[in-house]
Design a protein around this ligand. Structure first.
Ligand code: NDP
Length: 251
């Protein structure tokens, strides 16, 4: 349950926070007492931030220098950065043989390369010890799911980036973890719900027999950023209603 003292005095950056999972994460951190900078490409981020009583920064995370600009905006707004949540991402992936150069480049750049660049720019501003990074991977990055190749490869990259960086930053006292969501009801997955193959293969076998909501991801993200997870780093936590553990488990 939200606790307004949990992140009191701390500041959190959430990318891709105008809507969907990012909005849910920003909402949870705000309810847990943090000051939040909501970053997004779309101007609606201003409304989302205003609704939460927080600050917005409109920015394309793939732009060169985006990480530096985000860090500067957070420091100007709050004077410090404690937590970075790399959530911004895009779908729209296809089978490899149906993916043109532009699609592959756009997905890998947004869902993987931009995360590395933004993180590299923000890390020097995190407290050492005490900084925390939470990345958003995907169950599609942890198991094969034909038809979303560039996306799945990027999200597998996020899982490995999380492990890699936990080793590089652990000695500085910065923890790096990831959440791998299963199917979450957001604008990104809206169209898939009309697709019978997706419903049969990805949704019907979920042991908890429902799709997730953004709040289902926000709680575990806040946990990984909290003191309760003080000895947890390098972990990629599936939050998927049991899909990876026991899909097709219904008899
Ligand atoms: P949404 O598309 O609903 O929200 C993502 C937000 O990020 C949008 O506002 C989007 O803007 C923004 N964004 C996209 N590209 C950029 C960019 N270059 N710079 C800044 N902001 C950007 O997606 P979800 O909430 O569903 O997904 C959030 C994260 O969770 C993503 O990383 C996704 O891959 C991951 N995820 C989602 C799952 C799901 O089932 N929903 C499952 C597993 C992982 P715009 O509308 O312009 O694209």
């Amino acid at each position: 349950m939200p606790d307004p003292t949990r992140f009191a005095g701390q500041t959190v950056i959430v990318t891709g926070a105008a809507r969907g999972i990012g909005e849910g994460i920003a909402t949870r951190f705000a309810a847990d007492g943090a000051k939040v900078l909501l970053v997004d490409l779309i101007p609606e981020v201003e409304e989302t931030a205003a609704r939460l009583g927080q600050k917005a920064f409109t920015c394309d995370v793939t732009a060169r220098g985006a990480g530096e600009a985000i860090a500067k905006a957070a420091l100007a707004a709050f004077g410090r950065i404690d937590v970075l949540v790399n959530n911004a991402g895009i779908g729209g992936s296809k089978k490899l043989l149906d993916s043109d150069d532009d699609l592959i480049e756009r997905i890998i750049d947004t869902d993987l390369s931009a995360v590395l660049r933004v993180t590299r720019a923000v890390v020097p501003h995190l407290p050492q010890p005490g900084g925390r990074i939470v990345n958003i991977s995907s169950t599609f990055g942890l198991t094969g799911y034909p038809g979303t190749t560039a996306y799945a490869v990027a999200k597998a990259g996020i899982a490995q980036f999380t492990r890699q960086l936990s080793g590089e930053l652990g000695p500085s006292g910065i923890r790096v973890n990831a959440v791998a969501p299963g199917v979450i009801q957001t604008p990104m997955t809206m169209a898939h719900r009309e697709n019978p193959f997706y419903m049969r293969v990805v949704v019907d076998p979920i042991p908890l027999e429902r799709m997730g909501e953004p709040a289902d991801i926000a709680g575990p993200v806040a946990f990984l950023a909290s003191e309760d997870a003080a000895f947890v780093t390098g972990v990629v936590l599936p939050v998927d209603g049991g899909y990876l553990a026991a899909r097709h488990g219904k008899l």
